[in-house]
Ligand binder design. Structure first.
Ligand code: NAD
Length: 352
């Protein structure tokens, strides 16, 4: 396993391999960039097949957190941790306490939070051994409502850019996935007068959306092909791919799912076809913005007002993307890099 020569290595500041034999903890903490603040990012607990796979996830996801935080204006940097193993088999309170000790050892360069395979209850055990933890029960709470709010304002910004109006009355939105984020988003869209087309693998939740929102339910294999103005992926990653692209009818893709583009080139195809794509890590930053507010003494009204700035960020991004002829997913990376470069420049000037 190589770190410095990995294609996913991007001048990460710290990559720490953590082992606690007693609890069976094998973990990797990757702190990508702390120019803007401590690296904030979730702890993923997953039965990776190989250590290389775990390292790749830690490197790739921590870099993604740097970019996400930069455009979300959270005053945080990017970090991520992965615990290797099956959480149901080895996820004991002692293992999380051991993880907390490693986080504490980094002296605050990494702030851990929950992610796939971990919960607020696990983070409470982490809290016993480190102060550098966010997303605890009783603080900012479930991030999903904030993510849904950010996605909602992001859809309106995309609509405004495309049509000149952010009014959702009569706009058809196809929502894939009616989970924590998707359901809340549907409520907001319905209240704003949008017509909903929905899909979920859970029939009971789609039936409920039909009853409560007058939504049209479609099969999980055809939601991307629905006749709609907006396609909002809120379930899975890689939904924009070679198979779905030819069938896509919506002129806007804007949803909360992570890693919506199977590959970067699919974002280029969207742009070539005149489909406006709201880059996933920009539109779905509501949750991380909400959590980042814990550091300032959490105030929901303040945090949600910050989440709403996602609309303005996307409007600026779409405008620059059009002006410079750069697809939105590439423009997002460029803008994030600019924010970090500017902060580095300021820090150098202050130090001089
Ligand atoms: N929760 C957050 O704050 C947050 C923040 C950032 C990004 N995201 C991303 O947003 C997406 C949704 O998050 P969530 O918290 O609502 O997750 P969730 O698990 O609560 O909901 C996902 C929903 O998608 C459904 N689903 C699964 N496979 C499907 C398929 N093939 N077709 C249609 N529906 C399917 C599930 O049944 C479930 O209802 C995920 O990609 C997540 O990574 C969430």
């Amino acid at each position: 396993m190589s770190v410095f020569s990995s294609v996913h290595f991007d001048d990460h500041e710290e990559v720490v391999f953590c082992r606690d034999a007693e609890t069976g903890l094998n973990a990797i903490i990757a702190v990508h960039d702390t120019t803007l603040g401590a690296g904030l990012g979730g702890c993923r607990f997953w039965a990776y097949e190989t250590e290389d796979e775990a390292l790749t996830d830690a490197l790739r996801l921590s870099r993604g957190m740097t970019y996400k935080a930069a455009l979300a204006g959270t005053g945080r940097g990017g970090g991520k941790s992965v615990i290797i193993g099956d959480p149901r088999r080895i996820g004991s309170p002692d293992l999380f306490r051991a993880m907390g000790r490693f986080v504490e050892g980094l002296g605050g360069s990494y702030i851990i939070a929950e992610d796939v395979g971990t919960s607020p209850a696990d983070m409470a055990h982490v809290r016993e051994t480190t102060r550098h933890v966010a997303g605890l029960a009783g603080q900012s709470g479930d991030p999903s409502p904030a993510t849904a709010l950010g996605t909602f304002v992001g859809i309106k910004a995309a609509l405004k850019h495309s049509t000149g109006s952010g009014d959702l009355t009569g706009v058809r939105v196809a929502v894939q996935g009616l989970g924590h984020v998707g359901w809340d988003l549907c409520q907001r869209l319905h209240s704003a007068g949008a017509e909903l087309v929905v899909s979920d693998i859970r029939d009971e939740i789609t039936s409920r959306a039909v009853r409560e929102f007058g939504a049209t339910a479609v099969g999980v294999d055809s939601i991307h092909a629905a006749s709609a103005d907006v396609f909002a992926p809120c379930a899975l990653g890689a939904v924009i791919n070679d198979r779905t692209l030819p069938k896509l009818k919506a002129k806007i893709v804007a949803g909360s799912a992570n890693n919506q583009l199977a590959e970067d080139r699919h974002g280029d195809v969207l742009a070539e076809r005149g489909v406006l794509y709201a880059p996933d890590y920009v539109i779905n930053a509501g949750g991380i913005i909400n959590i980042a507010h814990e550091g300032k003494g959490y105030d929901q009204a303040e945090a949600f007002a910050h989440v709403e700035t996602i609309g303005k960020t996307l409007a600026g991004l779409f405008a620059r993307s059009a002006e410079e002829g750069v697809a939105p997913h590439r423009m997002a990376d460029r803008m994030a890099q600019e924010v970090i470069a500017e902060a580095r420049k300021k820090a150098r000037l202050l130090a001089a």
